[in-house]
Design a protein around this ligand. Sequence first.
Ligand SMILES: Nc1ncnc2c1ncn2[C@@H]1O[C@H](COP(=O)(O)OP(=O)(O)OP(=O)(O)O)[C@@H](O)[C@H]1O
Length: 276
Amino acid sequence: MTTDPTAGRPAATPSPVLSIRGGALRVRNRELWSGLDLDVHPGEFIAVLGGNGTGKTSLLRAMLGERRLDEGTVQVGGHAAHRGHRRIGYIPQQKIAAPGTPLRGRDLVALGVNGTRWGPPISTRGDRERVDALLASVGAESYADRPLGSLSGGEQQRLRVAQALADDPTLLLCDEPLMSLDLQHQRAVSELIDARRREHGTAVVFVTHDINPVLAIVDRVLYLAQGRFTIGTPDEVLRDDVLSRLYGTPVEVFRSRGRVIVVGTPEAEHHHEVVA
Ligand SMILES: Nc1ncnc2c1ncn2[C@@H]1O[C@H](COP(=O)(O)OP(=O)(O)OP(=O)(O)O)[C@@H](O)[C@H]1O
């Protein structure tokens, strides 16, 4: 197991945006993981991989200050994580709006701009211009005035990205943002997030079941399994020996046409699906 919080990174890097020391989480007397040290630096893209219930969402909630770690500390920008941090953008696990939802895409993005995510409607000209710029940045102008419930999953997800970028975040937390999107929209949403971190130095923590759509842009992987974890570059982590040690069972990693396929994990056997 790799425990070095800077594993896989070159020396002499700027101060971390996010820093976890000795992190541990437990649910109902079950340890999800412990001893987690992780530094995430400006512009870094960290993928968090792992099967169902390994604590990926709980980890993001600890970064958001919505859940306390059972041990250890989480700092964002040098201060203890707390709720309502203005410089954290959050894309929660996708919820497609019901067909009758009257809220428009423009309103969703405006909620991110006007101070609190659930605050009053915006009114100032500056805010309206900011909403227009955000809508343009995700290519959503043409459907911004339609009710959310009438938009496709990919269109809604672009709007969620725009909302998460509204506060000019230094840290962007994404919880399965590609879930139920087709390949074209997976690529489009990944590119939006990648552009943000390249152009603004936003650090990205990206929870995903499938690393393949973002394999080319991931700097490091935090892989959670069996109450343990490992951290490193995709080449360091996505290997037979490393994952076999992590899972405690023989696991094979195949690479084909730029894709990674992991075979032999308990998740793959139970769900007949590829994990990474
Ligand atoms: N509020 C809660 N109360 C009790 N148990 C919880 C709570 N939130 C999460 N858990 C449990 O903690 C474990 C980790 O949940 P979490 O949602 O973090 O996992 P995950 O890795 O994000 O899973 P998935 O891939 O299925 O979304 C699960 O067993 C879950 O049932």
